[in-house]
Design a protein around this ligand. Structure first.
Ligand code: NDP
Length: 246
């Protein structure tokens, strides 16, 4: 028996980066996994194929996290396809850079729509399907603890908001034994934050372990929170950052 045998998981933004690593890890631990994408169908299909080749079960579903309609359909379709829902991972997220002088309201609205409103709608929709003892796991950021560099205020806002929602949901869902926790990665080598270039050198220097993390290392933390081993952890923040904000 694997520790997530019989469980159904939904990972938003599972086509690339951290979300793809989470989808593969939850499937390897025995869960049936639905993963969403917005603009990378080939990458999403490749993740599904890799899971299937390893003996797991997965499906890729298109849904823009900024669309209420698509998000509600995503959740309903996942539950219908796999029979209910046990684990929701709100991973889909975007970055928009801009200082006080240069940031646009369009970027502010979009980052709010995808990084904050998206998870809110997903959890509202998932609450109808999540079985007792379920898990809500949000992928925040160390930018949800403090601002590290200029130009990140909109992203920082969104990740603080996600941390706040997590703490509220820890109360809202607790009566059914459903926990809500937030995982806050530091710099992780993905398309969003590649481990090469001047910015990466600066970030690496700030990390006590002197390297970027890998998606698998975030996925391991998510797998723990998804499992029965985390049964008394609720409303918590699990930082996966090589010691950056220590
Ligand atoms: P990537 O940009 O590498 O991947 C983003 C994933 O989210 C893709 O699968 C993408 O799918 C999906 N996605 C993006 N926008 C949407 C949308 N509107 N609707 C649905 N899916 C969407 O990012 P990471 O893997 O690096 O980041 C994943 C999460 O981790 C984000 O929430 C991010 O904020 C957070 N994070 C990342 C860190 C890092 O250093 N990389 C550090 C801390 C937190 P598609 O290609 O189909 O659009």
């Amino acid at each position: 028996m694997s520790r997530l045998d019989g469980k159904v998981a939904l990972v938003t933004g599972g086509s690339r980066g951290i979300g793809a690593a989470i989808a593969k890890r939850l499937a390897a631990d025995g869960a049936k996994v639905a993963l969403s994408y917005s603009s990378s169908p080939d990458a999403a299909d490749a993740v599904v194929a890799e899971i299937a080749a390893a003996g797991g079960e997965a499906a890729a579903l298109k849904a823009d996290a900024g669309s209420e309609e698509e998000t509600r359909s995503l959740v309903d379709e996942t539950a219908a396809r796999f029979g209910g829902l046990d684990i929701l991972v709100n991973n889909a997220g975007i970055v928009r850079m801009g200082t006080v002088d240069s940031a646009s309201l369009e970027d502010l609205d979009r980052i709010y729509a995808v990084n904050v409103r998206g998870p809110f709608v997903t959890v509202q929709a998932a609450a109808q399907h999540l079985r007792d003892g379920g898990r809500v796991i949000n992928i925040g950021s160390i930018n949800g603890e403090r601002a590290l560099i200029a130009g990140m205020s909109m992203y920082v806002m969104s990740k603080f908001a996600l941390g706040g929602l997590t703490r509220g949901w820890a109360h809202d869902l607790a009566a059914r034994g459903i926990t809500a926790n937030v995982v806050e990665p530091g710099p992780i080598d993905t398309d969003m934050n590649p481990a090469e270039g001047p910015m990466a050198d600066r970030m690496t220097h700030m990390v006590p372990l002197k390297r970027y993390g890998q998606g698998d290392e975030v996925a391991a933390a998510v797998a723990f929170l998804a499992s029965d081993d985390s049964s008394y952890i609720n409303g918590a923040t699990l930082v996966v950052d090589g010691g950056l904000i220590a």
